[in-house]
Design a protein around this ligand. Structure first.
Ligand code: ATP
Length: 237
């Protein structure tokens, strides 16, 4: 008998109202892994992340989601919010009117607290330099760093990133990639949704490819890179 995976998603089906989006998805993520969730526009990647995070919408109507032995599928969204997941949404949601530091402090208002603010500034020196600047006036790359830092400021075990590279210059993507490697070295487990499949595969240990709400591939990043027809059909690379 093998030990259960750190994150285990089993036969998950999710809906936005009547729209059937995630159509029976099953996969495992091991502790400390970075998994890239890839696929065409509208394949259901964001919906899969939001389902795992147990947001109010979409509705997960069937299936099981286990994180570190905890049954997320049995929890209401407010309970799941404290079960150790940190979702960094595509639009980053920096709070207007608050400085960088206040955005981080707000994340630590309720225990359990994760990384200290000092440790986060060591990870993202640019945020430390700009701690008194209003968060929404940061550059796109700096806002992405703040959104990731804010997730780590809470006590999380699983980081869910929705298109962290979107709209960022290649040098900034390099910087964020380096930071995500560092976060992995500290033991974090990460699921990364990305349109930029080339860059995501460079970072990820494993890739899962979705198409119309179903998994069409689950394997190593190297296997994706070697499989020309898979890349052409689902990733356009
Ligand atoms: P993208 O890269 O374009 O964000 P994705 O793979 O993340 O694509 P999703 O955002 O999960 O795809 O969307 C999957 C499907 O769900 C799409 O057909 C989309 O129109 C639909 N959808 C997404 N959000 C909602 C919503 N709030 N209400 C209804 N349908 C939605």
């Amino acid at each position: 008998e093998t030990a259960p995976a750190f994150l285990s998603v089993w036969d998950m089906h999710s809906y936005y109202g009547e729209s059937y989006i995630v159509q029976g998805v099953s996969f495992n993520v091991h502790e400390g892994e970075i998994v890239a969730l890839l696929g065409r526009n509208g394949a259901g990647k964001t919906t899969t992340l939001r389902s795992i995070a147990r947001l109010d919408s979409p509705q997960v109507q069937r299936g099981e989601i286990w994180l570190d032995h905890k049954p997320l599928h049995r929890m209401a969204s407010h309970e799941a919010a404290t079960a150790g997941l940190g979702l960094v949404p595509e639009d980053r949601r920096i709070i207007p009117g608050l400085t960088v530091e206040e955005n981080l402090q707000l994340a630590q208002i309720a225990p359990p607290v994760g990384w200290s603010i000092e440790r986060l500034y060591e990870l993202f020196p640019r945020l430390g330099e700009r701690r008194r600047q209003e968060g929404v006036t940061l550059s796109g790359g700096e806002q992405q760093m703040l959104a990731i830092a804010r997730a780590l400021a809470r006590d999380i075990k699983l980081l869910l990133l929705d298109e962290p590279y979107e709209g960022l210059a290649p040098v900034i993507v390099d910087e964020i990639e380096k930071t995500l490697r560092h976060i992995k070295e500290q033991g974090m487990t990460t699921i990364l949704v990305e349109q930029n499949a080339v860059r995501a595969l460079q970072l990820a240990d494993r890739a899962i490819i979705l198409d119309t709400g179903s998994i069409v591939f689950d394997g190593t990043a190297a296997e994706v890179l070697e499989n020309e027809s898979l890349r052409a059909e689902y990733l356009a690379i």
